[in-house]
Ligand binder design. Structure first.
Ligand SMILES: [Zn+2]
Length: 249
């Protein structure tokens, strides 16, 4: 049983606890680069410059506290046409153990920070350290967020095998059409992110294979309506459409 719990918490593919969005069907030559744990004042601007040079789009799963410290970076991400996702407010390792109410409160807090910084409300939540659990799922739903997993973890932030050469080789060996790829533009514990030693090669690989990176919204479709910040907002019915609003003149 403990084994199953571990698999359910650690693997978004298991579907034991939660059913996050993973990759996309192959065939459209599309992937989604995602960057977790930022924004970082040294790394994130360089990532934005590289993405612009390769005409690729990505989604940044920002940590609320870091977005609060660097709102200009969140604005720059959005202004460049990339997506922003919610990666919790404090990025605590104990997140799956928190009560649903506490977790939902933290997600709403991060949503508010991002909304204030860049005027966008994320649809996607990726839990810190990739730990999915039943409380994480209900907290995300309460905060108006959907769970986002991945299909290709680059291991660029794992303590074991923290090595740019191995990460580049791993991505080259595993990358497939339809993948959602996890990279990190921020790092925990004072380490420097490996990303700038990895990203040029990943972008070259996309060019070689004629793969286009798109935002998660583009990969999985645009939202039908703005996502609510809390359950109260969710209960309010949307305004009816006004098909004839435009004047005839
Ligand atoms: Zn993280």
């Amino acid at each position: 049983l403990c084994g199953w719990i571990a698999v359910g918490l650690l693997s978004p593919r298991s579907g034991i606890f939660a059913r996050p969005h993973l990759g996309a069907a192959p065939g459209a030559r599309r992937v989604a680069l995602t960057f977790d744990d930022g924004p970082d004042p040294e790394v994130t601007p360089r990532v934005l410059a590289l993405l612009a040079a390769h005409h690729q789009r990505a989604t940044f799963f920002v940590v609320g506290a870091r977005a609060e410290a660097h709102p200009e970076l969140v604005r720059a991400i959005v202004a460049a046409g990339h997506g922003v996702g919610n990666h919790s407010y404090a990025h605590a390792w104990s997140t799956p153990l928190h009560s649903t109410a506490r977790l939902a409160g933290e997600l709403v807090r991060a949503q508010a920070v991002i909304q204030r910084a860049a005027g966008v409300t994320p649809r996607w939540f990726r839990p810190p350290v990739g730990l999915f659990g039943p409380r994480v799922e209900s907290a995300a739903r309460r905060a108006g967020l959907q769970l986002c997993g991945w299909t290709l973890r680059s291991n660029d932030a794992s303590l074991y095998g923290y090595d740019a050469v191995r990460v580049r080789a791993r991505v080259r060996a595993l990358l497939q059409d339809g993948d959602v790829i996890v990279l990190h533009d921020g790092a925990e514990g004072g380490r420097r992110p490996l990303l700038m030693e990895i990203l040029p090669d990943v972008l070259a690989l996309l060019d070689e294979r004629a793969l286009r990176s798109v935002t998660l919204d583009e990969l999985w479709g645009e939202p039908a309506a703005p996502q609510p910040l809390n359950a109260t907002a969710a209960a309010a019915p949307p305004d009816p459409p006004h098909p004839h609003r435009r004047s005839a003149s």
